[in-house]
Design a protein around this ligand. Sequence first.
Ligand SMILES: Cc1cc2nc3c(=O)[nH]c(=O)nc-3n(C[C@H](O)[C@H](O)[C@H](O)COP(=O)(O)O)c2cc1C
Ligand code: SF4
Length: 492
Amino acid sequence: MTIVHRVLFPHPIVDLDEYLARGGGKGLEAARQSGPETLIAELEAAGLRGRGGAGFPTGTKWRTVAANRSSMFPTTVVVNGAEGEPGTFKDRTILRNDPYQVVEGALIAAQAVGANTVIFGLKRSFGEEVARLQSAIDEIVAAGWAQGIEIEVFEGPNEYLYGEETALLETIDGRYPFPRIAPPFRRGVTEVVATVGDTTSGSGLSAHVEMAGAGSDQVAPPTLVDNVETLANVPRIIARGAAWFRTEGTEKSPGTIVCTVTGSTRRHGVGEVQMGTPLREVIEAIGGGPHPGRRIRAVLPGTAQGFITEDQLDTPVSYEAMAAIGSGLGSAGFIVFDDTDDLVAAAAGVSRFLSIESCGQCTPCKQDGLQLAGVMDKLSRSQAGAHDMAILHKRVGTVADGARCYLATQHQNVLSSLLAAYPDEVEAHVAGTATGVTPALIAELVDVDGGQATWDERHREKQPDWTYDAEYSGKVPAERYGEHRAHQTLPE
Ligand SMILES: Cc1cc2nc3c(=O)[nH]c(=O)nc-3n(C[C@H](O)[C@H](O)[C@H](O)COP(=O)(O)O)c2cc1C
Ligand code: SF4
């Protein structure tokens, strides 16, 4: 059985009574009997790693946040439900099926790090998930589970960067989703951090810089930011123990992972598998494998990591195995390409998406990124000459220079993997002999329903200044929105 059911039940849990009948609530009950140290130690022993993309050990994060508590200000838990990675729909599926486990996990996290507020960061466009989550919160609060902990749902903008954790905190603080320079453990949901002008980005723009550091409790407490799926795993770990959690998965990537499969497969879908399951098996089980008569030629794990090639399809779905082949697990959103797909066009789609979504606080990320997207567009239409190819190679090398967040490195990862793994395909585009079919738009998913993924078609009209105007203003988002305080005026 490839598909398993730990955090993703085969059908939606209808209400808190059903959740309780299925064993829900036991994690919080157990957490109430134990202190923060026991909870954190259990998480560390379980080896749970953050499912938002980076795979950072959750127990380590909780321990650091708890250790850096402020004596003046309360800590906050922020649940990252901003899901915008192209090809990923797992957090929204989890929230639709069982939001109760996520709320329970967040309440356990709050207890472990001493937080008095939990904020769920979703998007205004996630109407169904927001409604489902809010009614689960209402039921849980009415049942007395919150015990004084405030739970809020924040509805943010559609921008991809809103999911980057420091940008998420910026947005909750009332600003635009522009990443901060910060360590992995973030200061501040409330604006009590000192800010200084930033000179490291190369943009010359003033930006917020956290003056955080261990022991600086005169400023703001650290905020714990955990992904939806990460927290969905927590109640069972606390109720059943670390050893139980480790009965599935690998030594370095214990447990299960909720994967999304889209692209050139018989169907699209979201399903949960044990960590360590070969990628080919995951694509078979969730996506039904390639279309009849076709073969899988490449897989992109979202827009963060390089192409996984045909001969790497048996790589286990785990953080360590994906890193060992030079790619990465990301948020386990696998976009599949078959032997008729044009991989240069696919990479051009990624380049376009990332260059538009870049906020422009770092000049190379935005300007080299836009130049890369322009060249990739030309290349995909077989109109790139030697000069364009020279720009492509040069800018792939510079796009991530001085980058404040990981987005610029994502751009570099995807394009350098195309150049390294598919030189013949790139050459065919230069020579004008390429025959592949342009795959679907690379953008956020709007839905995955009835075996069919829907992409955000509106992204085709999005300009690099984050407007949907007919013409690009030439201004980067950080310039255009930098002076404004409120995020509400961002285009929908
Ligand atoms: C450009 C960008 C977009 C991101 N989008 C998301 C997102 O939509 N949801 C998410 O949980 N993490 C996202 N992340 C990762 C978060 O920054 C962060 O690592 C995560 O919320 C931490 O939670 P975890 O440890 O539970 O994974 C993004 C990162 C980057 C660089
Ligand atoms: S790397 Fe790119 S997206 Fe990230 S902060 Fe800099 S300009 Fe913005």
